[in-house]
Write a protein that binds this ligand. Structure first.
Ligand code: 5GP
Ligand code: MN
Length: 333
């Protein structure tokens, strides 16, 4: 959303409040991904540059392969922030405050920065732009508004957010602006080959074995247009992998030409089924997720349902098959 009057645009209001305040807490969603980590740490380095006090708090640790990036050691893990004693909490990437998985934030002065469709506008200040390919694009704009120079650390985290949230430049929300920001990040010192190797070529052997097991176990539905994958703790144990190794696996089936969408079921210990979806072109899995109480983007979305997998599976598969039929009507190629 861009307000007609630039002076009162959300990004400028946020800039003004940041400049007036001193102590900040930055958070993002549970099970953080590259865009949540990148957006948070780019912002943290920018606030450092302004001489502000900054804490970064997430409910879950980042996957191992992000540990090499600058500033990872400053992320605190907590499920509750009581009396944060900060002047503002910056919430990145969360369509509602519950997505943080952290309690006690509701009472704080919240600055909500997000690019997911359906944001609940829960902040004192809300900047919601669902045309941004990554929250990192928005953080880039904010940092420019704050007149903080693009250091190698900030550029690395902006690029990390964009690289991961576009599915390594696969998703449909990429614009000229995405590449313009990436160009500036590369000029500021980012090496794309290093970023790609760190993010995508840092698997453990256990993860390679898990890929084999998952693909072996994969089922096809809708005449090969939908891949159905399923993961449980036994597969992790049998392949010597951990939950940390599961990021990105959902994208593998999309490399087959015929496959238009993937659904990935993860059975949790608490009797819940975590459902992740990916799709190509106009197959809208966000719409599916929103009908089941979740959210995300057109090509990458998720939700959680209670129940046993055999009971919930068929209904979810059926709904995605419908989304594929709808999406194929406007498929660009
Ligand atoms: P993933 O499948 O990687 O967990 O999530 C894909 C996308 O969907 C991400 O942008 C993520 O933020 C969003 N998403 C996943 N699960 C949920 C959910 O339960 N609720 C909402 N609102 N968004 C979700
Ligand atoms: Mn994102």
């Amino acid at each position: 959303m861009t307000a007609p009057n630039r002076e009162s645009s959300p990004v400028r209001q946020i800039r003004d409040q940041i400049l007036q305040r001193r102590r900040f807490l930055i958070t993002s969603h549970a099970r953080p991904d590259g865009d949540s980590i990148g957006s948070q740490l780019a912002m943290a380095f920018a606030l450092d540059a302004l001489g502000k006090e900054v804490r970064v708090v997430n409910v879950d640790p980042a996957p191992d392969h992000y540990q090499e990036f600058p500033g990872m050691d400053r992320i605190e893990i907590a499920s509750r922030v009581a009396e944060a004693r900060v002047d503002a909490v910056i919430v990145m990437e969360c369509s509602d405050i519950g997505r943080t998985g952290i309690s006690g934030l509701e009472r704080e002065y919240l600055i909500n920065i997000d690019h997911h469709a359906g944001n609940q506008l829960y902040g004192a200040l809300n900047w919601h732009d669902d045309t941004a390919a990554a929250c990192g694009e928005m953080v880039f704009d904010l940092i420019q508004e704050l007149a903080v120079p693009l250091t190698p650390e900030i550029a690395t985290h902006i690029y990390l957010g964009i690289l991961t949230d576009t599915g390594s430049f696969h998703h449909s929300n990429i614009t000229p602006r995405t590449f313009d920001i990436c160009r500036q990040c590369v000029e500021a010192g980012v090496t794309p080959a290093v970023m790609a190797r760190r993010v995508f070529d840092s698997n453990s052997f256990g993860k390679l074995k898990l890929i084999g097991a998952l693909l072996d176990d994969m089922e096809l539905a809708d005449e090969g247009r939908l891949a159905v994958m399923h993961l449980d703790d036994e597969m992790l144990a049998a392949t010597g992998s951990t939950h940390n190794d599961t990021e990105g696996l959902i994208n593998l089936p999309l490399t087959a030409r015929e496959i238009q969408a993937v659904v990935f079921f993860k059975v949790t210990e608490s009797g819940e089924v975590r459902v992740s979806m990916r799709s190509k072109y106009d197959v809208d899995v966000r719409q599916v997720a929103s009908e089941f109480g979740g959210g995300g983007h057109k090509n990458a979305a998720g939700f959680t349902v209670t129940g046993e997998l055999p009971d919930v599976r068929a209904g979810i598969v059926q709904r995605i098959v419908r989304a594929i039929a709808d999406g194929l009507q406007t498929r660009p190629v």
